[in-house]
Design a protein around this ligand. Structure first.
Ligand code: AMP
Ligand code: MG
Length: 364
C-alpha cells in the first residue's frame, strides 16, 4: 500500500501557541505583532514577517515565513494586536513538517503484514479503504472419546467432561480463525469416519484424542482411509508425542493428543504458526524470549519438553517452572504464562541457566 500523500500533508503546528520566526525570539521577553488567528482546518493567507506572529491551534497549518511555534504556556499578555514571547525556541520547534512521517508514494504496508489497530490507522491515513487480504480459513473442531460428556453435563462413572472442544474454539478465536464445533464422536470407526468426513468440508480440521496406540484409537486409520496424507504421527516433544499432521488438497488436519494440556501445548506451538501462515502472516513463529531459570528442571533426555512456567519480563527476564502433574494438569497450565523449552538430550537444567521460553499466552 502506497501513501497517496505526504504525512503530514502540510507543515502543522504541534501545539496551541504562536507561529514565529525563531530569529525574532532569540532575546526574550519580546513583543510580537499578531497578524492572524489560524484554527485547525483553516488555510492561512498571511506571511509572517520580522516582528510578527500568528496565533495557531494544534493541527493548524503554520503560515509561511514562520519557522517555529511557541506554546501558549510560554507567552503572556495576548491581546488582539500583540503577544509577549517569554522563551526562545529554535527553528522547527513544535512544527511537524510536511512528509516527515511518510513521503507520498512510499510503501506504508507490505504484503504479509497482519492488519491490526495501528495498520488500520495507517491505511485510513493513506486513504486506503480496501486492501486485498487472505481469506481466513474455517476450522472444524472434533473431540473423540467414549468417555466424554459435554461440559454442562454431570459425568457418570468412568466419564469426564470434554474440555478440549471449548479450548480449541477459544484458541481459534484468539487467532481470529472461525471455528465450528462438531461435538463429540464415539470411539467407533464408522462414526469417526462420518465425523471426519464432515469436518473435511472445512479448510482446517482439529481433532483431539484417538491418536495413541490404544485399541480404540481410530483417527489415523480413518484419515488414511479418507485419502488424507499423514505427514507425521509422532513428534519428539512432551507433551504432544502422538500429534498427527495430514493434508488432503489444500486442507490440513491436526489430530492432537486428548489430554487437555497436550492439546493446548500442541495447539500453541504447532498449530498456531501454521494457521498464522495459512492466514498469510509473514512471520507467525511463536514468540520466544531468553530467561534465567529460577529453579532447576529435571527431565528425561528422550524428547524436547515444554515445561509450564511463569515469566517475569525485565532487563533480565526470569522464569519460574510451575510444578505440574503432567498432561492432564490444566490447573498448572493455567497458572503459567509461558512454556520453558527444555531441549532433547538434556537431563537437567540448572537453576540460573539461560533458557528459551515460548510466550505461550497473551497479556503477560
Ligand atoms: P486419547 O488421546 O484419546 O488417548 O486420550 C488421552 C487422555 O485424554 C485420556 O485420559 C482421555 O480421557 C483424555 N481426553 C481425551 N479427550 C478429551 C477431551 N476432549 N477433554 C478432556 N479430556 C480428554
Ligand atoms: Mg480417546
Amino acid at each position: 500500500v502506497l501513501s497517496d500523500l505526504d504525512m503530514p500533508p502540510f507543515d502543522k503546528s504541534a501545539m496551541d501557541g504562536f507561529a514565529v520566526r525563531a530569529s525574532d525570539v532569540k532575546e526574550v521577553p519580546v513583543t510580537l505583532e499578531v497578524i492572524a488567528d489560524v484554527p485547525a482546518g483553516s488555510v492561512p493567507d498571511v506571511e509572517i514577517g520580522p516582528g510578527q506572529a500568528a496565533a495557531v491551534m494544534t493541527g493548524a497549518p503554520v503560515p509561511k515565513g514562520a519557522d517555529a511555534v511557541v506554546m501558549v504556556e510560554w507567552t503572556s499578555g495576548f491581546g488582539e494586536p500583540s503577544v509577549v514571547i517569554e522563551r526562545s525556541v529554535s527553528r522547527g520547534v513544535y512544527i511537524n513538517t510536511r512528509g516527515e512521517v511518510v513521503r507520498k508514494g512510499t510503501a506504508v504496508l507490505k504484503k504479509g503484514a497482519p492488519i491490526g489497530v495501528e495498520e488500520i490507522s495507517l491505511l485510513a491515513m493513506a486513504g486506503t479503504t480496501s486492501v486485498p487480504v487472505y481469506a481466513r480459513p474455517t476450522a472444524a473442531v472434533l473431540a473423540t472419546g467414549d468417555e466424554l460428556v459435554p461440559p454442562d453435563a454431570v459425568p457418570g462413572p468412568a466419564q469426564i467432561r470434554n474440555c478440549n472442544s471449548a479450548t480449541l474454539l477459544a484458541f481459534l478465536e484468539e487467532l481470529g480463525v472461525e471455528g465450528r464445533d462438531l461435538g463429540i464422536v464415539r470411539d467407533d470407526i464408522g462414526a469417526t469416519r462420518a465425523a471426519v468426513e464432515e469436518a473435511l468440508e472445512h479448510d482446517v480440521v482439529l481433532i483431539t484424542g484417538g491418536v495413541s496406540v490404544g485399541t480404540y484409537d481410530f483417527v489415523i486409520e480413518v484419515l488414511e482411509a479418507l485419502g488424507v496424507t499423514v505427514h507425521f504421527s509422532r513428534v519428539a516433544m512432551k507433551p504432544g508425542k502422538p500429534t498427527v499432521f495430514g493434508t488432503i488438497g489444500d486442507k490440513m488436519v491436526f489430530a492432537l493428543p486428548g489430554n487437555p494440556v497436550s492439546a493446548t501445548v500442541t495447539a500453541r506451538v504447532l498449530v498456531a504458526p501454521v494457521l498464522g501462515k495459512r492466514c498469510g502472516i509473514r512471520s507467525s513463529a511463536p514468540k520466544t524470549v531468553t530467561c534465567r531459570l529460577e529453579a532447576e528442571v529435571k527431565k528425561k533426555p528422550d524428547r524436547l519438553w515444554f515445561v509450564p512456567g511463569v515469566v517475569t519480563l525485565g532487563e533480565q527476564s526470569s522464569v519460574m517452572p510451575v510444578m505440574n502433574r503432567g498432561s492432564a494438569d490444566i490447573l498448572s497450565a493455567a497458572a503459567a504464562n509461558a512454556l520453558i523449552v527444555a531441549p532433547r538430550g538434556e537431563t537437567h537444567l540448572e537453576k540460573g541457566t539461560l533458557v528459551e521460553v515460548v510466550l505461550g499466552r497473551f497479556g503477560l
